[in-house]
Design a protein around this ligand. Structure first.
Ligand code: C2E
Ligand code: CA
Ligand code: CA
Length: 466
């Protein structure tokens, strides 16, 4: 009994130890793996990455890559089909990823729809790209979820091993910057390059400062005259945003508008620009300027397709008391391409408010003729790049084509970026109605625009103003 009893105790405790070991192992497994897909999680991935990095630093014979991958449209699928089917999609995507990589590679789910890959023993970066190609092809196959067929694709950021890296999280950070780029530029795969890091830091700084600038009102508007080509009289102003930075000086809108778009600040900034422009137009009305004079305000696609854009515009029109007929909105084709049914709906509503709509940079984008039929566009703005070619003989074909298109479709045409007398002469010859550019005037601050208007007023009105 004694012996038996002891044996029992020993067996019992061995079983306990065994159970405990299984439990610990299970816990360890759970803490290092994603429950849904069974893939390693971020902690385990970073662990593998750090080991790969130290191996590579000892023996940098081959290279390795950190790949971050984000499913496009996952949120839409999840929201529209429900979380259960969203989960199914993730499990299926995880299986496809497993099928596309080699034994030695690590795949992890970092959370949500974001996955990470560690590709080791690579001969060249092309080998990493070939793996990504396989992944892309596999994810491009339709997913059948709850009887429905849905399509997904992914954005990919890649960072390759290089001398400068000491810790795994530095490679993660740079792959993340590349992924961000891939999403922002809609390129499906982006390989990290060093200047991107500087770009990302600069971006962050600009973003922080822009938020401050919004509060401190360091934005201003410039007004570039738009003239009637035959009389050279001012018929309107294009409104251009300016940022007067305390230390950096004037920052170009081509720099800060894209950042405002990426960060969503564009809605606030854009509303402010429109409000200021309308107030300025109301002020000019009080000064007795030509009632036909208009302000033409640039609207970015993000702004136009924002959920409350029409209400915002309506609010600004009402509060400023401006005549909607004297406000034009300049839109770019990208908004019309991105979301055509929504764009059509928004444009129709804006038109109903009494606003005139212009297609900016015409000729540079897809410039599909079908847009001109489909959307309620009143004005085409010929891009500067075509106007600048006017001086060379025989290069007027494109401008001429846009002008005759405008005539057939009964659209007003404005030529942008007129810099020389010769360009103006060509535009006259081609019977272009309106133009703007440095030849007539650079963008002006409000006071200078005031003066330009006073000069343009007929003598009778000039004296009436006195
Ligand atoms: P854009 O709409 O094509 O505006 C015309 C740009 O060309 C302006 O640059 C203007 O200063 C410049 N320009 C005018 N005449 C000439 C010329 O004869 N020669 C040359 N080389 N350039 C000329 P700016 O002010 O730097 O604006 C750049 C872009 O930033 C604008 O291009 C517009 O797309 C965007 N932008 C400016 N203000 C706003 C805004 O309030 N909202 C939005 N969403 N975008 C804005
Ligand atoms: Ca414009
Ligand atoms: Ca333009």
């Amino acid at each position: 009994r004694d012996k038996q009893g002891r044996a029992c105790r020993i067996a019992g405790s061995q079983a306990d130890i065994h159970d405990e070991r299984i439990a610990i192992e299970q816990m360890r497994h759970y803490s290092l793996h994603d429950r849904l897909t069974g893939l390693p999680n971020r902690a385990l991935f970073v662990d593998h990455l750090n080991m790969a990095l130290s191996r590579w630093r000892r023996e940098p014979r081959s290279m390795f890559a950190v790949v971050l991958l984000d499913l496009d449209r996952f949120k839409t699928i999840n929201d529209s089909l429900g979380h259960d089917l969203g989960d199914e999609l993730l499990v299926e995507a995880a299986d496809r990823l497993r099928g596309a990589v080699r034994e030695i590679d690590t795949i992890a789910r970092l959370g949500g729809d974001e996955f990470a890959l560690l590709l080791e023993s690579l001969e060249s970066h092309e080998q990493a790209l070939a793996t990504i190609d396989r992944i892309n092809a596999s994810l491009a196959q339709p997913f059948v979820l709850g009887g429905r067929t849905v399509y997904s694709s992914c954005s990919v950021g890649i960072c390759l091993s290089s001398r400068g890296y000491v810790r795994g999280d530095e490679l993660m950070r740079d792959a993340d910057i590349a992924l961000y780029r891939a999403k922002a530029t809609k390129a499906s795969v982006v390989l990290f390059a060093r200047p991107m890091h500087e770009h990302a830091i600069a971006r962050l700084e600009i973003e922080t400062e822009m938020r401050l600038a919004m509060d401190e009102r360091s934005f201003a508007l410039a007004y570039q005259p738009i003239v009637d080509v035959s009389s050279e009289r001012i018929v309107g102003f294009e409104v251009l945003a300016r940022w007067n930075h305390a230390t950096l000086g004037a920052i170009s809108p081509s720099k800060f508008i894209p950042i405002a778009e990426e960060t969503g600040l564009i809605h606030e900034l854009g509303e402010w620009v429109l409000r200021r422009a309308c107030e300025q137009r109301v002020y000019w009305a009080s000064q007795g300027v030509d009632p036909e004079l208009y302000v033409s305000v640039n609207i970015s696609s993000r702004q136009l397709l924002g959920s409350r854009f029409v209400e915002t515009v309506q609010g600004v029109l009402d509060q400023s008391g401006v005549d909607p007929q004297s406000v034009r909105l300049e839109l770019t084709e990208s908004a019309l391409i991105e979301s055509s049914t929504r764009a059509l709906h928004v444009l129709t509503q804006l038109r109903a408010l009494g606003l005139c709509l212009c297609l900016d940079d015409f000729g540079t984008g897809y410039s599909s003729l079908s847009y001109l039929h489909r959307y309620p566009i009143d004005v085409l703005k010929i891009d500067r790049s075509f106007v600048s070619q006017l001086e060379t003989a025989g290069n007027s074909v494109l401008v001429d084509t846009i002008l005759s298109l405008g005539r057939h479709l009964e659209k007003t045409v404005v030529a942008e970026g007129v810099e020389t007398k010769a360009q103006l002469a060509s535009l006259r010859e081609l019977a272009c109605g309106f133009a703007q550019g440095f030849y007539f005037s650079h963008p002006l601050d409000a006071d200078a625009a005031d003066r330009a208007l006073a000069l343009a007023l007929p003598p009778a009105r000039m004296s009436a103003r006195k």
